[in-house]
Write a protein that binds this ligand. Structure first.
Ligand code: UD1
Length: 392
């Protein structure tokens, strides 16, 4: 069996690492070797957004890099499809395996399907029902085209059934990101918070690296177009952070390249840089961010993956979005996260509540660190059935 798996952007890397390791294990222990080719579309290309993750998570260098880079959605998807089609023609894989919901996920599944190559989607069935999110479009297209859909939780399976996906295409395998979290947890825990600040601060952080420690800081990540592309919304958020939150609690803010660009465009950069008690950090490596999450009083984020990590670590999490494709992480489902959108009154009120909350780790079903082996076994089983004249 020959598999091409695809990564494009930062949140894909922690999902592909355990999958590659599970293929290696399969090849050591099982009959029927899997030939694997890793394709990086190159959507994220900065060292801090890409290479660091390959190194930290022991991902072998991509066999093929399409070098797509930044651009509009149509440019990224279009260029990826043109380049990936050539790869499919050359390699003729049995499967293309895609992860998550970024432009690479959607572009490569369309390309593969048009070339009659089977597609498997890891992290299938998540739905925000918000069609203004590019990721929601990517999820819908990818799931509609996929032959095998690997779901992270029970709600995602229900979404797929409601959309008419056949039962024999759905495999509930758990959350592959948690495989990475469990593998890397110990290494993260050994890092010192002060060292992370010293090595990544975007300005002189003064006393911060010695004063900030377990339970006395909040952690922020922000990158969604809905939060950072509108000057009025970003200004309100920045004013709340600089004028209110940082008066109560130190804030570590790891700044995504898109957000840095928008803060500069909207003349908010200086305000962020000169706020006392706010430490602007470069985009962090996997272990560094996990380490900060482990001891944060609370996390404020618009990232989906971070919501999931907060759930397992129990870190109170304000999700700066009006909806989520990951409801299993919400407090009402036993998780640690509360949706606050980008309304400052709501953020302020929820912050107050969160500061009183303690850590309550929660582990949805099959978030057990063993998702990747289940996926590889399912692919091998599906393939064996095909060879024996079974399903298609
Ligand atoms: C993409 C994903 C999003 C994911 C996020 C994580 C899609 C539709 N979106 O959004 O789901 O949560 O990655 O980071 O695929 N840039 C750099 N260096 C890089 C990459 C980007 O400076 O290595 C800058 C560029 O100015 C670029 C901007 O960041 O225009 C945005 O990058 P882009 O890949 O378009 O989308 P993200 O916002 O990162």
């Amino acid at each position: 069996m020959k598999i091409i798996s695809v990564v494009g952007a930062r949140p894909n890397f922690m999902k592909i690492a355990p999958f590659i390791r599970a293929i290696e294990d399969h090849n050591h222990h099982e009959h029927g070797k899997i030939e694997h080719i890793l394709v990086h579309t190159g959507q994220h290309y900065d060292d801090k957004m890409s290479r660091t993750f390959f190194e930290a998570l022991d991902i072998p260098e991509a066999d093929i890099n399409l070098g797509i880079g930044s651009g509009t959605h149509a440019e990224q998807v279009g260029h990826t499809m043109i380049a990936f089609e050539k790869v499919i023609h050359r390699e003729r894989p049995d499967w293309v395996v895609v992860v998550g919901d970024v432009n690479a996920t959607c572009a490569c599944s369309i390309t593969a399907k048009k070339e009659h190559v089977r597609v498997a989607h890891i992290e299938a069935g998540l739905r925000s029902r918000d069609m203004s999110m590019p990721e929601e479009i990517n999820r819908l297209v990818t799931d509609r085209l996929s032959d095998l859909l690997f779901t992270p939780d029970l709600l995602s399976g229900d979404n797929l059934r409601q959309e008419g996906v056949a039962e024999n295409q759905i495999r509930f395998v758990g959350n592959i990101m948690i495989d990475t979290l469990e593998t890397q947890r110990e290494k993260s825990a050994a890092l010192q918070i002060g060292d992370i600040i010293n090595q990544n601060a975007m300005r002189d952080s003064g006393q911060a690296s010695s004063l900030i420690g377990p339970g006395n800081y909040s952690l922020l990540t922000l990158h969604r177009p809905s939060n950072v592309d509108d000057p009025a919304i970003l200004t309100d958020i920045v004013n709340f952070l600089t004028n209110e939150l940082t008066k109560k609690l130190a804030l570590l803010w790891t700044i995504h390249p898109r957000t840095e660009k928008q803060l500069k465009t909207f003349n908010l950069w200086e305000q962020v840089m000169r706020t006392e008690n706010l430490v602007p950090l470069k985009p962090l490596g996997y272990h560094e961010l996990l380490r900060l999450n482990m001891d944060a009083t609370m996390v404020l984020t618009d990232s989906g993956g971070l919501q999931e990590e907060c759930c397992v670590l129990g870190t109170p999490c304000l999700t700066l979005r009006w909806n989520t494709e990951r409801p299993v992480t919400l407090q009402e489902h036993g998780g640690a996260s509360v949706l606050v959108g980008n309304d400052v009154d709501r953020i302020r009120g929820t912050c107050r509540e969160m500061l009183k909350r303690s850590r309550i780790p929660s582990r949805p079903e099959l978030w057990d660190g063993k998702t990747a082996p289940r996926i590889v076994a399912a692919l091998a089983e599906f393939e064996a059935q095909m060879v024996n004249g079974g399903q298609d």
